[in-house]
Design a protein around this ligand. Structure first.
Ligand code: ADP
Length: 160
């Protein structure tokens, strides 16, 4: 069985993330969407809320799981028997950081591959932070996030 891990913050999950997840699920037998519990970022949605939103949105797919992890991505990937880490690329600005991460992970665990999927043009401008900024000023986030997230975001203090 070929397993891939898609790690991230998902604060909140966007249609850009969803597109990457759906495409990865066609390439692998099993995809684990893994929310990082590592400190560092100041999330707007709690880890439980982020997990709940992902569970709701991904309910229709039987080869996609949602989980939380703490620590090194490569250690969690190995514990799940994953062969690959999936990451999405939007622009050159993503590349530098993603390359550094992929090379570090390769150094830590040679048997794991990082696979990059290019964003779809219509999602290339979407990021969790842009969604929060639009919502902060009362803008409409329809089409940027799944309806499950849209419903919740307007009840959240998303402004920095
Ligand atoms: P992280 O905090 O690890 O960057 P994110 O939740 O922001 O976590 O993103 C997880 C992954 O999804 C990253 O590889 C990121 O580049 C990718 N990603 C985010 N938004 C998009 C998008 N609109 N299209 C394609 N990939 C995306």
């Amino acid at each position: 069985m070929r397993t891939a891990l898609y790690p991230g913050s998902f604060d909140p999950v966007t249609n850009g993330h969803l597109d990457i997840i759906e495409r990865a699920a066609k390439l692998f037998d099993r995809v684990i969407v893994a929310i990082s519990k590592n400190p560092g970022k100041n999330p707007v949605f709690s880890i439980e809320e982020r997990e709940e939103m992902l569970q709701e949105v991904l309910k229709p797919y039987n080869n996609i799981e949602v989980d939380l992890f703490y620590g090194l991505t490569v250690d969690y990937a190995k514990s799940q028997g994953a062969q690959a880490i999936i990451r999405g690329l939007r622009a050159i600005s993503d590349f530098e950081n993603e390359l550094m991460m992929a090379l570090t992970n390769k150094k830590l665990t040679n048997s794991l591959e990082t696979i990059f999927l290019m964003t779809r043009a219509e999602y290339s401008f979407i990021s969790s932070s842009a969604v929060k900024e639009v919502a902060c000023f009362g803008g409409c986030v329809k089409g940027m996030v799944p309806p499950e997230v849209e419903k919740r975001i307007h009840n959240k203090p998303v402004c920095p």
